[in-house]
Design a binder for this molecule. Sequence first.
Ligand code: PA5
Length: 472
Amino acid sequence: MTTPQSVLELDAANVFQEAIGEEHGLSRAELDGLAERIADCHRRIEGRRGKDIGFMELAYDRQLADRVKEKAEELRNRCSNFVVLGIGGSALGNIAVHRALNHPFHNLLPDGHPARKGAPRLFVLDNVDPALIAGFRDVIGDQLSETVFNVITKSGSTAETMSLLLFVRDWLRREGGDPAAQIIATTDPHREESLLRRIAEEEGCFTLPVPPNVGGRFSVLSAVGLLSAAVGGISMDEMLDGAAAMDRVCRASTLDDNLAALYAAVLYLFYQKGKPITVLMPYSNALRGLADWYCQLWAESLGKRDGLSARDVFVGPTPIGAVGVTDQHAVMQLYQDGRFDKVITLVEVKDLLPSGDGGGPGDVPICRGESEEELAYLAKSTFGGLFGAELTAARFALRDKHRPNLTVRLPEVSARALGEVFMLFEYAVAYSGCLYDVNPFDQPGVELGKQYTYGLMGRDGYEAPGPDRMGR
Ligand code: PA5
């Protein structure tokens, strides 16, 4: 399915019975049977737009984008390392954008290399694993004075992120650094209890907002994801243009026009028919981070104990990330021959395939010289040719083994396309929440983990878990 507004296409042919057989495929009637519910979900989502649901409005906040751009320009001129400190929704979008749109070996390129686009080295610390922290310190070495930290926590209190903040502030203080200039705080400005907000005010740090109506995993197009993107030299305007284009697509009320609603409906129907696992498998090494972002978005939004109209429903599809072609030699065996419990979304990037004119990114020759006769079939081809053949092979193999699969087709991995993809999946999760009858915008399980951690660490006002706190 294509739309005039978007560069992204959604090919759902291989979910239908005509392609994968009656037993495992969907019938048109099953899909049409959801039309009314989708129209109802559409009304509900649109009714909350810009009120308590804000992710779709991010595409239009160009004032914020200009502010971020200005700050990013200044940072690009003064730092050698830009480090995001955050976790979950306050980190995964940054990783996805960086991996997708910056050079695959960005931090290893020498300073001044054109492929670095004048950007500093970029890091995201989203773990408090002591070995990671120690390793990070080694990598920064004597460049601490040229390093800027972007601390991102919407709540302003998450233990992992706050401990990283304490660690770097202390490090800066000891080494004669300047916390006011070297720490940037991104948090919810309206949240009284945001400790990050208080610290930033006391230290005099530059701050950026996370809108109150945008949850962590929906915040990649807010200041949360935009600052590191802009510091990396990525065009925020193009990314937001893509998001706005997909927003327009997803404002349609019918399954025929709304890609997100169609995607959500297909996955929901398969869930009901005993296929609760959703695999996102981009055929693009650059989109590995997108798969991780997708998994969090899907899992945290839809994995719920309580529904909106019933308790103890225990629902939620299980998302899995994979990457082509690497995982054809790892998990694809299971996807083709294992239990019939999965729906696979492949992502195809057209410009990684042969262009036809020999001048595209997919046209890298495998070998310009002689080769062994047995390897001539490879030698005469291109990496794009091989990559494309593997993707086509996977798609046919899945189809022939009656495995439902969809393909999201992008012209290239660009800021524009990525903006569309983010918006597509965020909307799809909003529609899914409505179909599964859960609130996709809360995360009570994550919050409980946070509270237990506070309790175990001795934070005032919080209790550690114990035998008397089992159950609800
Ligand atoms: O998506 C979410 O809401 C969560 O994954 C949060 O982003 C994560 O728990 C971090 O929260 P915070 O940004 O408040 O530190």
